[in-house]
Design a protein around this ligand. Structure first.
Ligand code: GAR
Length: 208
């Protein structure tokens, strides 16, 4: 069994989707053992507590520099013997030291079809606002590996979602979550834990 840590910053609906999938026996070969939040008071922490999952806050502002922040994260990961890190609405930058320690072992969910509407400054509702401003008719979600480039790692799964004429950022966010994010993330986590993802440069192959 691979130990999974989920990193969160907000409401945690993607964390909930993972917990529900785990309860339904849909995460094969892995178990969520720890949750790390970038700030206190977020609802995702309550979701973790309700499921009896160990949760901790590691807040960048509390450390003198990025190296010490990275050390705190690495200690958390080693303590729980983590083999897969899932960024589920984690809105802080993961330090390079942590990324180097977990190559192709960190996955992120992003609420657009990468390489559109991604990179620095594109997070949460801002992504959906940018999609509406651009007037595109299709958006979606992407699950990808995390590397040193923001939203730049190899892509694992993508799903397209329609943009409707009367959408607000909030209605579009909800549709992207319901139709894409909450399905893709548990699927990607399960495939990873089953050892069914092969990486060949920028391309990935998902084994049946
Ligand atoms: C989700 O839509 C996720 O894709 C997005 O933040 C939201 C978190 O919601 N992540 C990013 O924008 C990362 N660039 P949640 O806390 O309810 O899972």
């Amino acid at each position: 069994m691979l130990n999974i840590a989920v990193f969160v910053s907000g409401g945690g609906t993607n964390l909930q989707a993972l917990l529900d999938a785990q309860q339904a026996g849909q995460i094969c070969g892995g178990q969520i053992v720890a949750v790390m939040a970038s700030k206190p008071g977020v609802y995702a922490l309550e979701r973790a507590a309700k499921h009896g999952i160990a949760a901790e806050v590691v807040r960048k502002a509390e450390y003198a520099d990025t190296a010490q922040y990275a050390q705190a994260m690495l200690q958390f990961l080693h303590r729980h013997q983590i083999g897969l890190i899932v960024l589920a609405g984690f809105l802080s930058i993961v330090p390079e030291e942590v990324i180097r320690a977990y190559p192709n072992k960190i996955i992120n969910i992003h609420p657009s079809l990468i390489p559109s509407f991604c990179g620095p400054g594109f997070y949460g509702l801002r992504v959906h606002q940018a999609v509406l401003d651009a007037g595109v008719k299709v958006t979606g979600a992407t699950v990808h590996f995390v590397n040193e480039v923001v939203d730049g790692g190899a892509i694992l799964f993508q799903k397209a979602v329609s943009v409707e004429e009367d959408d607000t950022p909030e209605t579009l966010q909800r549709r992207v979550m319901e139709q894409a994010e909450w399905k893709l993330l548990p699927l990607a986590v399960s495939k990873f834990c089953e050892g069914k993802i092969q990486v060949e440069g920028r391309r990935t192959r998902i084994l049946p």
